[in-house]
Design a protein around this ligand. Structure first.
Ligand SMILES: CC(C)(COP(=O)(O)OP(=O)(O)OC[C@H]1O[C@@H](n2cnc3c(N)ncnc32)[C@H](O)[C@@H]1OP(=O)(O)O)[C@@H](O)C(=O)NCCC(=O)NCCS
Length: 261
């Protein structure tokens, strides 16, 4: 359908993304529904665009002319100078703070009051909820293709520590805390010490971090006697607890950093 969008329709489509009227994925019941037509529209914007110079003296940039950095900042958003960009077709809600350098790619949705710290990436189509903290160097991978694939989803009040990497459509439910250095892909296994269970992606379900889980980077013995003889281990994300008052205190943020008004 959107494969046939005209250039004007693509530009109107990007405007709707920027207003938050269209989303690459949205909550549905207890889960998330992908909107493949949104991703198709974004891919159409790449295909229809031609490479054009992007005026930003004294630097020189060239990119698809349909997807330049947004010319104006969304109202109520503070972007500190220093190499950050919010790309065309990204929705960024009121009260979001973007520290330099950070990048918010096309189709991303970042909801109110979220803090995007330095060197953080919000990849294409990633869905980020309200009051999320993406610490320095946190990376949310882009999931543009295949168009039916769920993007990375970070729900309300999640705290992602420094250097966290969330990729391949992993879903982090609200209030979860990802300790610095946690990396999750669709192939990761999360070991829940509290409930004594293993969490994995299944054919139908994406890998999901439970609500309020506190996940830290861990390791487990690599399988097989060859690995055992050599003392090898492989990384394993571990839920050590569920969020409590102590966690809230450790992840509390300086209010002044968040003010945008
Ligand atoms: C997750 C975090 C918030 C700690 O949460 P907490 O609720 O205070 O956790 P607790 O101290 O109660 O720890 C519970 C258990 O997990 C362990 N643990 C906590 N954080 C851990 C970590 N990052 N790695 C490994 N183990 C960890 C603790 O040692 C403790 O184990 P024990 O019960 O055997 O002693 C903290 O580790 C963290 O990652 N903070 C984010 C730092 C950061 O990235 N800041 C942003 C800078 S821009």
């Amino acid at each position: 359908m959107s494969g046939e969008l005209s250039r004007d329709e693509v530009l109107a489509f990007l405007d709707r993304l920027e207003r938050g009227e269209l989303r690459a994925a949205e909550p549905e019941g207890d889960g998330w529904r992908v909107n493949p037509e949104v991703k198709e529209g974004i891919l159409r914007a790449f295909r229809l665009g031609i490479d054009a110079d992007v005026p930003a003296p004294p630097f020189a940039f060239r990119d698809r002319d349909t997807l330049p950095p947004r010319g104006e900042l969304p109202p109520g958003v503070r972007v500190v100078p220093g190499g950050s960009a919010i790309r065309r077709g990204a929705f960024v809600a009121k009260g979001v703070v973007v520290m330099p350098p950070a990048y918010v790619n096309v189709g991303a949705y970042v909801d109110e009051g979220t803090m995007i710290d330095s060197h953080a990436l919000v990849g294409s189509c990633a869905q980020v909820g309200k009051r999320v903290h993406l610490s320095a160097a946190a990376q949310l991978g882009g999931v543009l293709e295949p168009v039916g694939a769920l993007p990375v989803v970070i729900e309300d009040d999640v705290f992602a520590g420094g250097g966290v990497g969330i990729y391949e459509g992993v879903r982090v439910r609200s209030r979860a805390v990802l300790a610095a250095g946690v990396i999750l892909t669709a192939s990761s296994v999360i070991y829940d010490l509290v409930n004594e269970r293993e969490l994995r992606a299944t054919g139908a379900e994406t890998l999901t971090v439970p609500e309020g889980a506190v996940v830290v980077p861990g390791s487990r013995p690599a399988p097989g006697s060859w690995a055992h003889v050599r003392g090898l281990s492989i990384s394993a994300a571990v839920i050590v607890k569920y969020r409590d008052g102590r966690t809230d205190a450790r992840t509390a943020l300086e209010g002044a950093l968040h003010r945008t008004g």
